[in-house]
Every structure is written in C-alpha cells, then in structure tokens.
Design a protein around this ligand. Structure first.
Ligand code: F6R
Length: 608
C-alpha cells in the first residue's frame, strides 16, 4: 500500500523524504514522488517505477528547501504512470497533497469540480483533494483542510502543504496509518515508523479523525471536531527491521493478521449507499452474461485453490457449471474455450506466466476475460476485459495468506452480483449472504485472538514427517490450501485428500500417531466426515478437527478440535483456513526456518 513521508525543519527535505520512502519500500509500490517548498514555489518530481528513478531525477535536478512531502504509490485508481503518481496538486500548483487510502466519493466530487470548471490531469481519486483545498483556501490552510474533510468519504492518511503557507505542514489520519516523528525543532510525518527512525525515536501515534497542524517548530493535534488533543510521545525502542513488520516477527504473520482489514476493504469499498455490490471495473452486462455458455476459473497454486471455492459459489448462486483448472495444464489441454466462454483468472501478482498465457490464448479464441488480481496495472489486469481488484494490500511473504482469503471473497462477490443480474437468486438471499460476508472480518479477528491455542496444539506436529489433510466438498478445496501452506514453509511432507477417496488407496499410509487435519465445516457432509475420521482413527491416526463452534459431536471422533465461529456453510471456509495458516506459520517458526522466504520458491513466478 502507499507510503507517505513529510518533513519540516532545518534539514534538506528532499534527502530526508527520499531516505524515509526507501524505508517504506516493503509496503510495495509502483511509483514515487516528492514535493518541496523552494524559493517561493512548490517543486514536484514524480515518476513511475522504482525509487531509484526518483533519486536519479533528484540527483540531476536537485531541490533545496526544508519543507516537503513524498509518496510511494501502490496504484488503486488509474494505472501506474508519472501523472498518476503523487504528490497531486491543484491547477495553479500552489497546493500539494500525498494520500494513502481511497476516497470513496471521489467520482461525485470530481464531477462537481469539473462542472465548476476545474481541469483534472490524473485518473486518481486523490486529485480531488488538492482541488478542494484550493477551492476552500482563503489564507488559512487548516480551515481549508477541515472544509475538505467535511466533503470526502473513505480511508485516508494525508500530507498537505501550500505555497502561500510556507511554514506549515498538515497531516490527517482516518483509517490509514500515520505517525508523527518529533525531532529537535523538526517534525516528520510517515505511514510507518521505519521511515523516520534514522532521525528520531519519539513519535505521536495519530488516531482516526485527527489532524496535525505543524507550524514551524510547533505542533497542535486536533480531533475531528477541531478540539485540541493532548498526546503522549511514544519512545520507539525496536530496530528498523522489526518496525517495518509492524511489531510482527515476519511478514507472513503480519499478513495473516491483516486479513480482517483486507477482507473489509475488499467488500465494503464495493458497496453503494444501498448496501448493494457495485463492481466498478466489471462492465459485463446482463445480456452478455446470459450469452455465456461456459465459465472457467484458471489459476496456479493458492490462487487455484481460491478458484475451487469460487467454482462452488458460482455454481450455487448462478446455477451454471464451472470448470476449474490449473493454468499450466489448461493451456496445453483441449479446453474448448470459445467466444461464448467467460474465463476468470485469479492471480495475486497479476504476472504469473502460465496464467497470463491462458489469458492470451483464451482472448485469441474470443472469450471474455475477467481477472481477480491484487496488483493494479499488472499484465493480467491490463490485458483483461474486466478486473476485480482484491484490496489485500501488498503481500510480501512468499506464502500467500491475505491474497487467498480476499480472492475467495472477491469471487463470492462476483458470483453474488452476477446471480442477482441473472435472477438466479432473489434479493433476500443476496442480502443474507452479503450480510454474513460482512461479518467475516470480526469472526477472523476472534480466531486470531485465540491463536495461542493453535500455537500450543502444533507443538506435537513440529517433529512429524507427514501430515494429512482431509475434507469433503468445499472443504476438500480448503484442505489442499492448508496442506500447501504447511509444506511450503515447514518442509513437512503433507497431502490433502477428498475424505471419501482415502479408502481407495491412501489409507495404507495411516499408522499410529499420523496427524490428520480433518476439516468439517459443511453441515450436509458432516456425517460422512465423521465416518472418515473414524476410519483413520481406527488405524491409529491423531485427528485434529476444524469445526464450527457448538459442534460437540466432533469431539467424540477427534483428539483435538479447533473451533471457528458459528457461520453458514457458504462462508465457513474463509474462517477455517485461518487456523491452518497459523499452524503452518507456528511450525515453520518453531523449526527456526525462514518463514517469509522458503527455499526454492519465488513470490512471482514469471517463467513457465
Ligand atoms: C503459495 C503461493 C503460490 C501462488 C501461485 C500463483 O503460497 O503463493 O502458490 O498462489 O504462484 O501466484 P499468483 O497468485 O501471483 O498468480
């Protein structure tokens, strides 16, 4: 996600800001920019690409000055480009703004501003802010900012400066992180602590709705009603490495914990004021949907596992058969894609070579291409007809966690929206499912709050050589993902099976104390799962079940139970994967392995 840095003091602002931005690289970005007040003007440099491009531009064309703001952008609205990079400014270039987050009502604000004669140059949601500040600015920057806050809706951390207020820097926080660094006669603003640790260890943590007004070497922090807020300075005693992981020991652990927010962002930001799903980047019409005679979901690895759950959702809600396949197989198979096919590609990175090849091949055959990806402007996003962005934020750990759960939620939203358009579900069912999905962040948080139980439980698994996963129906898809997480980061051999299939061969591998993780979230298959758990227990297996809260029967056929909060069969898998992610993480870390960078693996597989 985007990173913000700002500075006011006696140092050369461009140096402090570049240095700070380099410490936010871990957040992921596709462009970087800086604005500095210099000799009566705001000078701006911003470029698509790595920070090195910005640094080169600053080396060729330096900017002096002691007040500035900078930004690393992770595109959400508008592709990565120089013009879409931050800072953004008003028409006269007298106001500069950096923003992390999303302005939900930007389209409506933009339209009003355009009607007032304002010319926009970027495709971003952010650009409305400098134009609005400019509209309200009558010599008092703080007044203007409060006026703007009355107009905008969404999530934002902002850094704002004005040519006519050369001694002022304003920082605002609502639902996006922001801290203020306190130096000796100088202040820093930043999305995260590592950006400022070189200069100071004293920080203020900004809370939602707060506005920091820094004027020279004075700071005042106000709440949303403009009451003055008294804050304690917090002294940071972690090192930079630990700080960029937000206090977590590794990115995977951090990303597991970011799932409530990622899912919330992916769902809530797509709901209109009536609580209906609004798929802004999907233009497919009801008529086009009715003309489709085959749906394919194609992806690799974890994304393919998400696709398996997507198949279930589409078939259940849209009542059309879906073929799910692994991209590397699909591309060389007899796949029957034609101009009546809808091909849904799922990819976190948007760059996976096999998935991209399926996209190009299917497009050449006339199919409609819809992609579900996490990276704006990625090859898969650019070449697709329609895109649904998962708003998981950048995923750094090689083992995918938050991308997976947001992919499932995205596919569910697509299924719900299309089903309503095709009249295969009614408003009541639509609302019921959507309401339940909106409860997922809170329920995942409950699971995370109980993580010590899982930590304790996996102590017996650390020394094991083999672990099996069982599930039926949608839980089988989930068991594949649980097993993949374990093997890729703990190097324990693990396999997942459709529980009914075990007795056709694999049960021969079960012996005394073989760990078998049995996922039993599907009510209509529960009795069948119980039989399968009894089968393996009779051969000495140690069964760890994952089931819904309140299910006491499961305790009779397992050695340990991990309960997930009560939920419908439809959304339960999104909850049930979280304990399995935690299990894999704890085992890997107890074995002293590199959780984030497992051997032989790369985050983005851009070769065949
Ligand atoms: C496993 C994992 C991989 C990816 C796969 C596809 O944890 O992350 O299996 O899911 O390589 O990558 P994307 O989603 O980038 O296409």
């Amino acid at each position: 996600m985007c990173g913000i840095v700002g500075y006011i003091g006696n140092r050369k602002a461009s140096d402090v800001i570049s240095e700070g931005l380099s410490k936010l690289e871990y957040r992921g970005y596709d462009s970087a920019g800086i604005a500095v007040y210099n000799n009566g003007n705001i000078e701006i440099r911003k470029h698509k690409g790595r920070l090195a491009v910005l640094e080169e531009s600053l080396a060729k064309n330096p900017i002096d000055g002691n007040l500035g703001i900078g930004h690393t952008r992770w595109a959400t609205h508008g592709e990565p480009s120089d013009v879409n990079s931050h800072p953004h400014f008003n028409e006269e270039k007298t106001i500069a703004v950096v923003h992390n987050g999303i302005i939900e009502n930007y389209a409506e604000l933009k339209e009003k501003l355009i009607n007032d004669g304002v010319t926009f140059i970027s495709k971003t949601d952010t650009e409305v802010i400098p134009h609005l500040v400019s509209k309200f600015y009558k010599g008092n920057l703080l007044d203007a900012v409060y006026n703007v806050l009355d107009e905008i809706r969404g999530a934002y951390a902002l850094g704002i400066m004005a040519k006519d207020s050369p001694n002022e820097l304003i920082a605002v926080r609502k639902d996006s992180p922001l801290i203020i660094g306190v130096g000796d006669g100088e202040y820093f603003i930043a999305s995260d602590i590592p950006a400022i640790l070189k200069y100071t260890r004293d920080v203020y943590f900004m809370e939602n709705g707060e506005v920091a007004h820094i004027e020279g070497n004075n700071i005042k922090i106000y709440d949303e009603k403009r009451n003055l807020v008294e804050k304690d300075v917090f002294h940071v005693n972690w090192d930079i490495e630990a700080a960029s992981k937000g206090g977590f020991d590794c990115f995977m652990n951090k990303e597991i914990h970011e799932q409530p927010q990622g899912i919330k962002d992916t769902i809530e930001r797509r709901l209109d004021s009536n609580g209906k799903i609004h798929l802004d980047d999907i233009k497919i019409t009801r008529e086009e949907l009715n003309n489709i005679n085959r749906i394919y979901i194609v992806a690799c690895g974890t994304a393919y596992h998400a696709g398996m759950l997507g198949k279930y959702a589409i078939e259940k809600l849209m009542k059309v058969p879906v073929i799910t396949d692994i991209a590397s197989e699909f591309r060389y198979g007899q796949n029957f894609v034609d101009d009546k096919s809808l091909v849904i590609l799922v990819s976190q990175s948007g760059e996976t070579a096999d998935t991209l090849a399926v996209l190009r091949d299917s497009k050449a055959k006339g199919a409609r291409i819809l992609s579900v990806t996490n990276v704006v402007g990625s090859s898969i996003a650019r070449e697709s007809d329609d895109v649904f962005y998962t708003w998981a934020g950048p995923e750094i750990a090689v083992a995918s966690t938050k991308a997976y759960t947001t992919q499932i939620v995205s596919l569910y939203m697509i299924a719900l929206d299309f089903a309503l358009k095709m009249d295969t579900i009614d408003e009541k069912e639509y609302k019921k499912i959507l309401d339940e999905m909106r409860e997922l962040p809170e329920k995942i948080q409950q699971i995370l709050n109980n993580k010590d139980y899982i930590k304790d439980l996996v102590k017996d698994l650390v020394a094991k050589e083999h672990v099996f996963y069982l599930g039926r129906g949608i839980d089988y898809g989930l068991s594949l993902e649980g097993s993949l997480k374990l093997k890729e980061i703990s190097y324990i051999h693990s396999e997942a099976f459709a529980a009914g299939e075990l007795k056709h061969g694999t049960i021969a591998l079960i012996e005394k104390d073989t760990p078998v993780i049995s996922i039993a979230t599907q009510s209509y298959l529960f009795e069948k799962m119980v039989s399968n758990m009894e089968e393996v227990r009779a051969r000495g297996a140690n069964v760890i079940a994952i089931a819904k809260e309140g299910n006491k029967v499961v305790e009779k056929v397992s050695d340990k139970v991990i309960y997930i909060p009560e939920s419908s069969d439809f959304v339960a898998p999104v909850l049930a994967i979280v304990p399995m992610q935690l299990m894999a993480y704890y085992i890997s870390s107890m074995k002293g392995l590199d959780v984030d960078k497992p051997r032989n693996l790369a985050k983005s597989v851009t070769v065949e």
